[in-house]
Write a protein that binds this ligand. Structure first.
Ligand SMILES: [Zn+2]
Ligand SMILES: [Zn+2]
Length: 159
C-alpha cells in the first residue's frame, strides 16, 4: 500500500501532458496490482476456510476415536461379566441335581451319583426316576438301579 501511495503521489506531481501515455500505463499497473491483492486475499480466505474445516474434522475425529475407545472398554467389560456369569451358571449347574434342583451332598440320601451315561444326580432322586421311567432324565438312555455309581467329588474335600 505504501508503494501504491507513492505511485499516486508521483503521478500527481508529474505534468499531465508529458505523461499522458505513461498515465494509462500507470493506471493499468495499479489495476493489476489491485487485482493481485484481491486474488491473494481470496486465496488466503480459501486456505483459512480449509484449515478451519480440517481443525473441526480433527476435533470430531479425536472425539470419535475417544468414544470408540470407551465403547471398546465397555464391550470388554460386558464380555468379562458375561463370561463370569456363564462360569457361575455352570458352577451352580455342576453342583445341582437336575431332578430336584438342589445341590447334592457328600453323604446321605442325596449324595452325588452318576449313571452309565455320565449324568450326575442326587442318589435319592435318580433312584426314584429309575423306578418310574427306567431312563436317565437328561439324555433318556435306559438306566437301571445297578448302573448308579457313587462319585467322590473333589469339590467336597474342602468341607
Ligand atoms: Zn435331587
Ligand atoms: Zn444321561
Amino acid at each position: 500500500m505504501d508503494a501504491l501511495e507513492s505511485e499516486l503521489e508521483r503521478m500527481e506531481r508529474e505534468p499531465t501532458e508529458a505523461s499522458n501515455g505513461n498515465l494509462e500505463e500507470q493506471v493499468r499497473k495499479l489495476r493489476d496490482h489491485n487485482l493481485r491483492i484481491k486474488n491473494l486475499n481470496t486465496q488466503r480466505r480459501r486456505i483459512l476456510d480449509q484449515l478451519k474445516e480440517k481443525m473441526l474434522q480433527y476435533t470430531t475425529l479425536q472425539e470419535r476415536l475417544h468414544q470408540i475407545g470407551e465403547l471398546l472398554i465397555i464391550a470388554d467389560l460386558h464380555a468379562a461379566v458375561k463370561k463370569i456369569n456363564q462360569r457361575l451358571d455352570r458352577m451352580v449347574e455342576d453342583a445341582t441335581c437336575s431332578i430336584c434342583l438342589l445341590p447334592w451332598t457328600e453323604n446321605g440320601i442325596h449324595r452325588l451319583v452318576s449313571l452309565r451315561c455320565g449324568h450326575l444326580f442326587g442318589s435319592r432322586c435318580i433312584h426314584m426316576a429309575i423306578r418310574m421311567y427306567h431312563r436317565c432324565p437328561i439324555c433318556r438312555r435306559r438306566a437301571r438301579h445297578f448302573h448308579v455309581r457313587r462319585i467322590y467329588s473333589r469339590s467336597f474335600s474342602s468341607h
